[in-house]
Design a protein around this ligand. Structure first.
Ligand code: SAJ
Length: 434
């Protein structure tokens, strides 16, 4: 695509969702303009390279950039369709107030170039009512346009909310194959958005209204958070009772209607640890379970820190390896990661005794600076460290044979080594309790 040619689709925000989405739309043959505020991200993509790690994304982006179907820039330009995929964090105000300022500033940029016949689709996870707020902002900036829900005539613009629901590590596959909920500000908007997604989504697209689609996305992640909280609470109970939580869950899951998830060092990432707060914020009196689940999952991080600290203190002078920093297995994403918090807390406390193994990191994150902690590889850890703290269930850790770890002191927060013997010197619950 020459920069002079008008793109079919403009994707605003080229992060973990926006970039794969832009690339998949481009693969379907559409001319896509990707917009990001970061000059570096724009330059990287225009070289046919990527700034995030995601299975098969590098080849896909290289291909569509080479064919001229994907071009990145720093400014929104006219197009037929606009897809907004920018972050929606919560404010650090102690009240977890959703921060939709990135969505609104993206909408403001889009408003500048909007023309009759355009469609705007918001994909960012958003509190209920955000799509309408976005519409109202655009209405105030472009009084010349008839916007859906505000006019009795046929509107000039269609606006819909269509959340992504892809799993990091499987994004490309899930973008194409997952079912999608498509919420229009009006049924007409939903139908327009449906025909947009049909071009590149193989899963079933179900239409609804914008507010229901917003809530559906939040509910999906809150559901998972509540279920993980159940597993994490069980692990803390099992620890207090001297039981092996993994064994209990394995047995309970043999019941045909029980499917308990896996405990871990807490819940990380930028979705499951954030989105439930959007529901709590919207209905604070009505959401005690969702709020409590967040609390349980956060408290599991402190439990893991306390357990790990006890183990390190039980082996004075021993070298310690923290296995993993990512927020979950086999990805390079360290945002809101409990593993990272546990390892950094140990590094601050025990300094150079702490070693970190993270195959997806080239260097330790900032908070490790001046702690004395070092990044090493798994072979060095198995050779030199007597204490192993498993924080992430990366495949490379799961594959460590028993013979190479049988004589170590282990705290396995992920239950990846069920065959690890319990040394007589530490309490039975120490090794396995999640
Ligand atoms: N976790 C556990 N135990 C489990 C499952 C997960 O401790 O049994 C932890 C993980 O280690 C991680 C956190 O929970 O720290 C979240 O991981 P995840 O794999 O459950 O989810 P995410 O954050 O990678 O992606 C979620 C997905 N949502 C649901 O499964 C309902 C994904 O489909 C969404 O698209 C994504 O959030 C998002 O962007 O909202």
């Amino acid at each position: 695509m020459h920069t002079s040619q008008m793109p079919d689709v403009c994707v605003v925000g080229l992060g973990y969702i926006g970039l794969p989405t832009a690339a998949i739309i481009a693969r379907s043959g559409a001319r896509v303009l990707g917009v990001d505020v970061s000059r570096e991200v724009v330059a990287t993509i225009n070289r046919g390279e990527i700034h995030i790690e995601e299975v098969d994304l590098d080849g896909l982006v290289r291909g569509v950039v080479q064919r001229g179907l994907l071009v990145a820039t720093e400014t929104v330009q006219p197009a037929d369709a606009f897809v907004i995929a920018v972050p929606t964090p919560f404010a650090r105000d102690g009240k977890h107030t959703p921060d939709i300022s990135y969505v609104l500033s993206a909408a403001q940029e889009v408003a500048r170039v909007l023309r009759p016949g355009n469609i705007i689709i918001l994909e960012s996870t958003s509190p209920v009512g955000t799509t309408e707020q976005m519409r109202d902002l655009i209405a105030s900036l472009r009084p010349d346009l008839k916007l859906p829900g505000l006019t009795r005539e046929t509107p000039d613009i269609a606006i819909a909310y269509c959340p992504e629901r892809v799993l990091p590590g499987r994004i490309l596959e899930e973008l194409a194959n997952n079912d999608r909920s498509i919420g229009g500000i009006t049924p007409r908007c939903a139908r327009k958005a449906l025909s947009f997604y049909k071009r590149f989504v193989r899963g079933t697209c179900v239409t609804t209204d914008a507010r229901s689609a917003e809530m559906t996305k939040l509910v999906e992640n809150a559901y998972r958070d509540v279920n993980i909280a159940f597993a994490n609470e069980l692990s803390i109970i099992a620890d207090a009772m001297g039981l092996d939580v993994w064994e209990v869950i394995r047995l309970a899951n043999r019941h045909p209607r029980v499917n308990i998830l896996q405990p871990g060092p807490g819940v990380g990432g930028h979705c499951i640890a954030v989105d439930p707060w959007f529901i709590v914020h919207g209905a604070p009196e009505q959401a005690p379970l969702i709020r409590t689940a967040r609390g349980v999952n956060d408290s599991k991080i402190h439990h893991a820190i306390a357990r790990a600290t006890e183990l390190v203190e039980s082996a004075p002078g021993a070298k310690v390896a923290c296995l993993g920093l990512a927020f979950k297995a086999n990805i390079d994403d360290f945002r809101e990661s409990p593993a990272r918090l546990v390892a950094a807390t140990l590094a601050r406390r025990f300094g150079e005794r702490i070693h970190v193994v993270e195959p997806h990191a080239a260097q330790l994150p900032m908070e490790f600076t001046d702690t004395g902690a070092q990044l090493i590889d798994i072979d060095a850890a198995l050779e030199d460290c007597d204490v192993l703290i498993v924080l992430v269930d990366h495949d490379v850790f799961k594959a460590v044979p028993l013979a190479e770890r049988a004589d170590k002191l282990v705290y396995d927060t992920r239950g990846i080594w069920p065959d690890q013997p319990v040394p007589a010197t530490i309490a039975g619950e120490m090794r396995k309790a999640g």
